[in-house]
Design a protein around this ligand. Structure first.
Ligand code: SF4
Length: 117
């Protein structure tokens, strides 16, 4: 039986094909904008037919994290989300004005204090 790779702390539902990890595409959110495939991120994303994209591989380097952040910046519907608590990633999201995609409270980052709430 297929087990959906959800994380207990995330209130969001993940699309079923996302690889397990902190970055994921939210289920039912995809408008097939194509952003992940046009901004150098095709290695990190897959597409399920013509229906939905998903995170195929988690970023494993600073370069890949930047690529993932570029995809997040370009995705209009905030469909690519972050369920982790890595302070550096959350700071990068804050700097990109994309903290809305974080599944966790980030009040102190929004306030500019620099620490993860
Ligand atoms: S970034 Fe969002 S809207 Fe665009 S293809 Fe991926 S899931 Fe769909």
């Amino acid at each position: 039986m297929h087990e959906e790779p959800t994380q207990p702390s995330s209130p969001r539902r993940r699309y079923r094909l996302n690889v397990v990890g902190d970055f994921y595409v939210e289920d039912g959110c995809c408008t097939m904008c194509g952003v992940p495939f046009t901004n150098e991120a095709p290695d990190l994303f897959g597409v399920d037919g013509e229906e939905h994209c998903y995170v195929r591989r988690q970023p494993t380097s600073a370069r890949e994290l930047e690529v993932m952040l570029n995809a997040i910046r370009g995705a209009d519907t905030k469909c690519i989300r972050y369920a982790g608590r890595d302070a550096a990633v959350l700071r990068a999201l804050a700097e990109a004005d994309e903290l809305d995609v974080s599944d966790h409270s980030t009040g102190s980052l929004r306030a500019g204090a620099g620490d993860v709430a």
